[in-house]
Design a protein around this ligand. Structure first.
Ligand SMILES: [Zn+2]
Length: 56
């Protein structure tokens, strides 16, 4: 059983790259309309870029 687990693969919310299990990835939980939403980022740079753009 070595099938790929698609559900474990997410895309970076900032650049769209695939975010794999790595030490660099960042996961941020935001709440939209009372629902928890997980935002994935491939590294701190993407997270900070998104944070800047979303707070502007
Ligand atoms: Zn990214």
């Amino acid at each position: 059983m070595t099938d790929s687990t698609d559900e474990d693969v997410s895309e970076c919310h900032q650049c769209g790259d695939t975010v794999g299990p790595s030490a660099d990835q960042r996961v941020v939980t935001t709440v939209e309309d009372g629902t928890a939403v997980y935002q994935y980022f491939c590294n701190d740079e993407c997270f900070e870029a998104w944070e800047l753009s979303s707070s502007a």
